[in-house]
Design a protein around this ligand. Structure first.
Ligand SMILES: NC(=O)C1=CN([C@@H]2O[C@H](COP(=O)(O)OP(=O)(O)OC[C@H]3O[C@@H](n4cnc5c(N)ncnc54)[C@H](OP(=O)(O)O)[C@@H]3O)[C@@H](O)[C@H]2O)C=CC1
Ligand SMILES: N[C@@H](CC=O)C(=O)O
Length: 326
């Protein structure tokens, strides 16, 4: 039996949900991981050995049953095998790099850190022969990254979708309820755990840009520069624009689009008619359509934000590594 010692970096919305699934769904997860392991010595088990946060006291009272796991210190290299990086800032990039350099596999959902490293983290993983996976970084629960690589038979010609759950939730609420203020809609999204620690990343369109950048990297092998992606946030939409859209039976969505034929990449609020496939994608849902040279149009839709939703994608990466790597 091989024991994988896991360290969790970050214990916010997603970190707590990952911890919850790792404990409550333990036998199901291990059942999947060990599906084809006949011998006891081929079987894999896991343990969470520590949870690294910035402020231990913030968590110790509420999570007193696991208070011994919280720390501000890295475990020593000899004491862990795999890092799950779920912190809320670019500092996640250093955590991922340090873990890879120490010969550890890494699972992350930190699109900001991944996009801003512009491929250096993937290179580092290759150089050190480690696995770096980040399904939770793009479109929450939707396994979009897992379907892009196998589409290598031909070109991906177009990616179009909604890649940010919180702004989709905010827009949906504003269109549903004319009495609701933007501030109240943002507060609702925050309460549900959809927003980034810095919400300007969501409302300014940066978060969707990072995710589109990762999808472009998966499709082409190159991260686009931020200046190559046109970005307009939903913070540019006025009350009048929303009212006019409503009276014309249209809606606004923050649409992310990479057109590989024209080379135009953009994240912009788009006024959509009811015939647009993204028109009815409401609440925190995300949807992505890939147009492929041979496969045609493939559309995936599902929750784009939220603790347990994102945790399910994080756990899928973990299952992959426990089966294939480690
Ligand atoms: N929420 C969502 O729906 C989704 C989030 N993500 C991504 O997942 C990651 C986590 O998001 P979320 O859980 O919402 O964020 P939260 O803000 O809820 O939690 C962040 C956690 O990270 C910790 N943290 C921040 N900086 C550091 C650091 N330098 N070292 C150690 N711990 C640190 C915080 O600890 P402390 O409180 O002590 O500062 C906190 O526990 C982010 O990268 C986010 O973009 C991805 C998909 C969906
Ligand atoms: N803030 C993000 C969370 C998930 O990635 C979003 O709203 O989509």
């Amino acid at each position: 039996m091989k024991k994988i010692r896991l360290v969790l970096f970050g214990f916010g919305t997603v970190g707590q949900a990952v911890y919850e699934l790792l404990t409550t769904e333990r036998s199901r997860i291990l059942g999947v991981v060990n599906q084809s392991a006949d011998q006891l010595q081929d079987k894999v088990d896991y343990d969470i050995v520590s949870i690294v946060v910035r402020d231990v006291e913030k968590y110790q009272a509420e999570f007193s049953h696991i208070s011994h796991l919280f720390t501000t210190e890295w475990p020593s290299e000899a004491d862990y095998d795999l890092a799950i990086e779920l912190v809320s800032s670019a500092a996640g990039g250093d955590i991922i790099a340090q873990a890879l350099e120490s010969g550890k596999d890494v699972v992350s959902a930190n699109k900001l850190a991944l996009y801003q490293s512009a491929g250096q983290l993937e290179t580092l993983a290759n150089e050190h022969g480690r696995i770096l996976r980040y399904e939770g970084a793009v479109a929450g629960a939707i396994p979009i990254l897992q379907i892009i690589s196998p589409l290598g038979s031909g070109e991906i010609q177009l990616i179009r979708g909604i890649l940010n759950g919180s702004t989709n939730y905010i827009l949906t609420r504003l269109f549903e309820d004319s009495e609701l203020s933007v501030e109240d809609a943002i507060a609702e999204a925050s309460k549900k755990g959809y927003l980034e620690a810095d919400p300007t990343l969501d409302v300014g369109g940066f978060d969707a840009l990072y995710k589109l950048g990762i999808l472009i990297y998966m499709a082409t092998g190159q991260y686009p520069a931020e200046s190559d992606i046109e970005r307009i946030g939903i913070d540019t939409l006025t009350d009048e624009a929303i009212a006019e859209a409503k009276s014309a039976n249209k809606t606004y969505k923050l649409v992310a689009e990479a057109d590989f034929k024209t080379g135009r990449y953009r994240v912009t609020p788009q006024l959509l008619a009811s015939t647009d496939p993204l028109y009815g994608v409401d609440g925190s849902l995300n949807a992505v359509t890939l147009t492929h040279q041979y496969a045609g149009e493939l559309t995936l839709q599902g929750p784009g934000a939220g603790g347990l939703e994102t945790a399910s994608a994080v756990i899928s990466d973990l299952i992959y590594i426990m089966r294939e790597g480690a």
